[in-house]
Design a protein around this ligand. Sequence first.
Ligand code: SF4
Length: 735
Amino acid sequence: MCSHDCPDSCGVLVTVDGTGRAVKVQGDPGHPVTQGFLCGKVAKYLDRVYAPERVLYPLKRKSGVAKGPLKRGEEHKAFERVSWDEALDSIAERLRAVAEEFGPESILPYSYAGTIGQLGYGSMDRRFFHRLGASQLDRTICSEAGGEAWKLVYGKKLGTPPEDYALAKLVVAWGANIHGNNVHLWPMIEQARRAGGRLIVIDPYRTRTAALADWHIAIRPGTDGALALGMMRVILNEGLEDRAFIAERTHGFEGLAERVKEYTPARVAEWTGMTAAEIEGLAREYATTWPTALRVNYGLQRTEYGGEAMRTIAMLPALTGAWKHRGGGGGLSLSGAFEWDEDALRRPDLAMASPLKRLARTVNMCELGEALEERGSGVSGLGSGRVEGTVTEGPGTTGPRALDCPPVKALFVYNSNPGAVAPDQNAVRRGLARTDLFTVVHEQFFNDTTDYADYVLPATTFLEHTDIQGAYGHYYVGLSEQAIEPPGEARSNVWLFGQLGQRMGFEEACFRDTPEEMVKQALGIGTDGHSQNPGMEHITLEDLKERGHIPLAFHRNALIGHSGSEPFLPYAGEKLATPSGKIEFDSEVLKARGSDGLPRFKPPTESRWGEDAKRYPLEFLSRKADNYMNSTFANLDGHRKMEAQTNQRLEMHPADAAARGIGEGDAVRIWNDRGEMRLTAMLNAHLPAGVVAGKLDWGKMNADGANVNALTSQRLTDIGAGATFYSTLVEVGKG
Ligand code: SF4
């Protein structure tokens, strides 16, 4: 299975020659969603696995070499090779000393979805940090605002199976660059279009999906919620809602109907940049076409009120009853279908054996800059107060908020490159450069974060370790078996944290578990050899080894063409995991938190409507590359070539460029109070006026070492405490 952070979770076949070298990777033709092809990123995967620049041995910073940006290709000069034994012993000793002097919560793990395998993403690492008493990390940087919002409406993240999109007569891709980063849904969309279906894309940026659409709506960033409310008003005004579905399956309709009256097409047009007629036309087409699938993705929730925007959009298929039709409905993520035994994998109960004897405080990963800044506590107001897993016995079963906790003195980075991807890059780098901060980075390549590491440890790719995973874009469990030996001395997360646990003297047997034992734990394999996890009861490890992937139980019975199959219609039948048991237009959870349960629109503070727009009038989209995975792959020449057109470019509407005397190809400076960067202007009339776009890249690929996150802020989203990358104001000038 490809373990990169992508909804498709492809089945991958690896051909290995007689010397143990992988010579070919291809999509598994037997996987119903992979359908035998891989995306452009992973089709070239052996370039990554065998890249000459791979970090292959444990490295220690040479004495006297200061932390800070290192020239690409010369990073190794700052480090010396050490043995794993020496590295592990020294790291364990230093962590022990930090914990004794400042308390274990002064140690902060930092990781995200560099791998989404269950073992690689969160298993032995969590055991280690729980047992140590290290701070917990609130992993909100990507999807938490939208995910939480979706759950407020539906209780669980489910959606239309990708195979069923082929039946849709209308697909609305809202903030969803399907062709760029969910490409295995594309064949289903093509099939739908061949049968007369239409594709509408709503996205401020003309992605390659938008360029292929029947209608591209270039909405202004941060105004998606307004559009959804305006569509609802049109739908209700014209009586296009599904009253029977609403009465049977939803909660809070009367309040919603009242609320949306405020959102006239004319008013919504002012926010979104669309015309009133376009808003009406979109609403009518959406509400009168069956089946209609609304594929919404995470970009739009990385705005200040992105949670509320997602919550509002999520209500649309409930208003029109789209969930009743096979091929209708849509979705954000299907990950809620995979009920792994996470407590068995992550062992939050080990926190009770830590010196804290409770779960540790949480630090929000979007506020890393603030957490690391050298100002006494360095932890003011951090953390959402949420903790991972549950501990049901003993004192202090919930961790405190970050307040009154010690400063961060040790940082352990894996599965992430915060030097490039974390918001407010200058604050992050100031923190990383602290001489009193001990930093360990487990990585495959030298990057913007390893430049600040005391130790760099070599990490495996998904070809080099065993894992198990589900998907957020389909309903198959997949076993990812190790295909090749790791090159050099690269080691997996499971191995690394198991070894460190043992060297810290943790006596619990779980620090010696093998990957296969942990796969069984994730699956909840019982004495009869079958999984005990809901929806996985038919799965055994032996079957998975034989077949590679197995559909979840409900999906197995719902596949198109399966004899006697009942279609899987998420949210159309069962009682939901919301307080009312129904789809919630009026959120009981939000009301219990003291806020209005009904959706509303508010423009972001950093937008053309905000006070700061007087000084920084342009809205900045720090967009993602189609051929990178966030910052992953951005160092490989083949991948960079595929992105050549927009590398180091700032895309601007011609009117904004002309107003600043900027022409195509001019050097430009982009700045705000947080930082600046320099790029080359590229005129793009498809962008909304007032919006500029730059691509996320490694800072060290740019001459001035800065990337788009030099401009983004640590402000958090309204729901889920996520990152607000796309609520950023800037000014641009020649320079
Ligand atoms: S990145 Fe996505 S599309 Fe590409 S191979 Fe991996 S799972 Fe498949």
